[in-house]
Design a protein around this ligand. Structure first.
Ligand code: ATP
Ligand code: MG
Length: 575
């Protein structure tokens, strides 16, 4: 491809809303184009890289026994009602009506559709196992689309679904997909880590996220250097503080004026924050978005509530709970903003973190302005509707597996695999007849990769101050030939010769034949990040060129023939 003919518009300035390198660079290189918030199009270079990622995914999915199909992005509401997700998925589901008022959505994921296919097409154990996948545009009306392709409202996803006879079959399918994901992300040039994950709105039992390590990532992961435990912070289990054997002291109300926070009350009373109880108050909503209850959650004062664990404990969708208006909740439940404790509360669901019942003589709000209670003990002074781990595993906390101090890191979730089990096959009636003619539910798994997010993650991990540094495997082109003076016939001829030789050898090559100053062309070449750069300049008379890899600092003067040979070699090795 000749740059003089290519539809390419690089930018010097990008909008302020682009804050992270991948967003800035994908806009500056003109690879993506914003249409509206969270909706992007792809220009020629961007689309080539997307297709490279898709091809890697296809090859590895096919290798692992997957079969590609292509379903519509438009999905009828009825299927989502069957699975119970028309409500549960919440406002992220991009809903629409046809001219007759029938409800549809633009698919954020396709469990219902694939389960529907299988329940009509599969009837016998002989047809299982199966793995079907597609690469397709997905829609999620995200509350906060941001960071360009990272969290968008329209994005490309590869979604695969496995169908097995039993749990052991699912375990095998899951392992195969897990292994395929490791190959895919490695081939894309990503440094990543598979971590245990929560199953969220998709459901099921086990799950792993594949997280590309990056400071700008929205996923926080907790890991242990001693035993290899790694999980998202949402998911990571915590170790409860050891139960206390102290004697229960009498309950005592103390005047603690103005001490609304844990820090203030602990300082005021001269006790540790770990000797207090922290309250967090929520209101919940029903399917009609009407308030239908209050929740008070309690953790030890120095802990942080883990919202994902709380939602799982309550068995409600993420979107049907939010922080309560304390005054309104107070009138109904007796809580008092800043002074709420688990005693004296009524008419609300009380969720207590698993370690609190074992601790003795804690200090908690008295549900009375400017007062706290000392020596609060579980059983004698308060009870819970639910007791479970609802706290967040913090950096330095003991590892739930081996006890060593936990570390935290940030990353970009590029893929996630789930063992769904029979969640969809049972709610939607997808069964098969086993060897004994007995109906059994099909056991399912599902496996997603964010194709467009993966592109952003690659840029995030491969760039410098001058631009992108593409790994060969996903680079839009392998090599770029920059002609210093396109009007100089010797230079133009040599560049043309190299261009033809490389193209004939299967190298994807760009020829920068634009009538621009060399400085502009070099800047663009760095910005675009094409892995191999060949410069044809004054040496053209002696058939020498300058050869440079984008990722290396040094350049070399070598013969054109050697430049061609080296380029072919490195492209074949790394593509
Ligand atoms: P997140 O937690 O980031 O919202 P998710 O867990 O809801 O993502 P999945 O349902 O697991 O996402 O979707 C599979 C993959 O699709 C994700 O691993 C991610 O790579 C990609 N993805 C999900 N949401 C978006 C989005 N809004 N923009 C771009 N890619 C996305
Ligand atoms: Mg996910």
């Amino acid at each position: 491809m000749r740059l003089s003919k290519m539809h390419l518009k690089t930018l010097r300035e990008v909008p302020n809303e682009a804050e992270i390198p991948s967003h800035i660079l994908l806009l500056r290189t003109g690879m993506i184009r914003k249409l509206v918030s969270g909706v992007y199009g792809f220009m020629p270079l961007g689309w080539r890289s997307i297709r490279k990622i898709e091809d890697i995914i296809r090859q590895e999915m096919d290798q692992a026994g997957g079969q590609e199909i292509h379903m519509s992005a438009v999905q009828p509401a009825e299927l989502w009602e069957e699975s119970g997700r028309w409500f549960a998925y919440g406002p992220e589901l991009w809903r629409l009506k046809d001219r007759n008022g029938r409800d549809f959505c633009l698919g954020p994921t396709h469990e219902e559709i694939f389960t529907d296919i299988i329940r009509s097409d599969v009837s016998s154990y002989r047809q299982l196992p199966l793995n079907l996948y597609q690469i397709q545009t997905k829609y999620r009306d995200e509350a906060r689309p941001r960071f360009g392709l990272m969290r968008s409202r329209e994005f490309i996803m590869k979604d695969a679904y496995s169908f097995d006879r039993d749990q052991a079959g699912l375990d095998r399918s899951y392992e195969e997909m897990y292994a395929a994901y490791e190959k895919i992300f490695t081939r894309c040039g990503l440094t990543f880590r598979p971590v245990e994950a929560d199953t969220g709105a998709i459901g099921g039992s086990n799950s792993h996220e594949f997280t590309a390590l990056s400071e700008v990532g929205e996923s926080e992961i907790a890991y242990c250097e001693k035993c290899q435990m790694a999980a998202t912070v949402e998911r990571a289990e915590c170790v409860d503080a050891p139960a206390s054997s102290a004697e229960e002291l009498p309950l005592e109300e103390v005047h603690t004026p103005g001490t609304k926070t844990i820090e203030e009350v602990a300082d005021f009373l001269g006790i540790g924050q770990d000797e207090t109880i922290k309250a967090l108050l929520f209101v919940t909503y029903d399917e009609e978005e009407k308030e239908n209850g209050y929740v008070a959650a309690f953790v030890r004062g120095d802990r942080e509530l883990n919202m994902t664990k709380l939602i799982n404990a309550l068995k409600i969708p993420e979107h049907s709970i939010e922080f309560a208006d304390e005054e309104k909740m107070g009138a109904a439940t007796g809580c008092v903003g800043g002074f709420t404790g688990p005693t004296r509360l009524h008419d609300c669901t009380i969720v207590v973190d698993s370690e609190l019942p074992g601790l003795r003589n804690l200090c908690a709000g008295a549900c009375k302005t400017d007062y706290h209670l000392k020596n609060v003990n579980y059983g004698r002074d308060y009870k819970a509707d639910i007791i479970t781990d609802i706290k967040t595993l913090k950096e330095g906390d003991p590892c739930p597996v081996c006890g060593a101090p936990i570390k935290h890191a940030r990353g970009i979730e590029v893929g996630q695999v789930f063992k769904l089990g029979t969640k969809y096959s049972e709610s939607m009636g997808a069964t098969y007849k086993d060897e004994n003619q007995k109906e059994q539910p099909i056991v399912m798994g599902c496996y997603g990769i964010g194709v467009t997010r993966t592109l952003a993650a690659v840029v995030e991990q491969h760039h410098d101050e001058n631009g992108i540094i593409w790994p060969m495997s996903v680079a839009p082109y392998h090599a770029i030939i920059t002609v210093m003076k396109p009007d100089d016939q010797t230079q133009a001829d040599l560049a043309e010769h190299i261009y033809n030789e490389l193209a004939a050898a299967g190298v994807e090559v760009l020829l920068d034949d634009r009538k621009e100053r060399p400085g502009v062309k070099f800047k663009d070449a760095d910005l675009l990040g094409i892995p191999v750069r060949i410069t044809v300049g004054r040496g053209a008379a002696d058939k020498t060129i300058e050869y440079k890899l984008r990722r290396d600092a040094d350049k070399e003067e070598i013969s054109a023939d050697e430049g061609i040979a080296r380029t072919i070699e490195i492209v074949n090795k790394e593509k």
